[in-house]
Design a protein around this ligand. Sequence first.
Ligand SMILES: Nc1ncnc2c1ncn2[C@@H]1O[C@H](COP(=O)(O)OP(=O)(O)O)[C@@H](O)[C@H]1O
Ligand SMILES: [Mg+2]
Length: 313
Amino acid sequence: MNRHGEIVLSEGKGLRDLGGAPGQLVGLNIHALTLAFTPLGSIYERVQAGEAIAERLQVADRTLDIRAEPLQSGEGDFDGFVAVATDVTDLDVAGRALVQSQKMESLGILAGGIAHDFNNVLATILTVAGALRRSPALGPDEREYLETIDLAARRGAEVAGRVLAFARGGTANLIPADLREVITEVANLATPALRRTAAVRTSIPPEPVVVECDRGQLTQALLNMVLNARDALPRGGEVRLALTCVGRQAVITVADNGHGMDEATRARIFEPFFTTKPPGQGTGLGLAVAQGIVANLNGAISVTSSPGEGTTF
Ligand SMILES: Nc1ncnc2c1ncn2[C@@H]1O[C@H](COP(=O)(O)OP(=O)(O)O)[C@@H](O)[C@H]1O
Ligand SMILES: [Mg+2]
């Protein structure tokens, strides 16, 4: 751009991304442009005042790295400027995804370490409670207390196990398995956990549906979803576990007719440690773990839910 604010050189494919053509700006005045791209207006003013600029700007849906240098005439007056805008939108998105995956990785390592130590503590509690239970001197009250200790420690160990599964993420043991058996196992495992008012109903095809998967991990993932469904059914209801095949893909559905969730909750459910449950009842890891496990199988989890309408994973 020369000292009159007239553009004398305009090149590069970045313009095309903004809906223009290279060279299109030649002959135009900067003032016409800055009206269209307001953030550029303030850059122009600063460069005119002699400042060299290097900054990142959002123009429409693009992220641009802008470098601008004022040019000076022999007498030291403003003599136009040179500006280069590099479109870094895609780099930016990739960068953010990388930061997110690194965060998840360090979270996994941290969580795995804690879960491991936690498991050792719980193992001691369970062993000692087991030994005490064999004592003939115990009265009925003490026995009941011991049962409570035992139950709480087991629940803690379950949580630690889930954290470990989440932390391990990457080491699935893939073996062909009939998903019908996995579904039946999940239903059997879940039944005692469902209060008498809620029921699990399964629907499976007559033919085997064999996929390579880590059976233990997949069971864990589905169980997490079934237990969430139970929690969404405080006054009872039904959890439906269904298996179907769509082309070469197996689709497992976990549906409940519980209280559902609003959009704000739905947007966060896969975040580790996001929970809407009271302390002691929710870890916020169930779906983060499930998502990790399913992603390992090259699968994906989607969800539909609305308040009062139930939830389907
Ligand atoms: N079937 C469901 N119905 C309603 N809300 C659900 C359901 N499944 C998950 N959620 C919501 O997602 C949150 C996160 O679930 P999860 O990761 O399993 O952690 P937690 O169960 O420990 O809270 C829950 O606290 C709940 O708000
Ligand atoms: Mg859960």
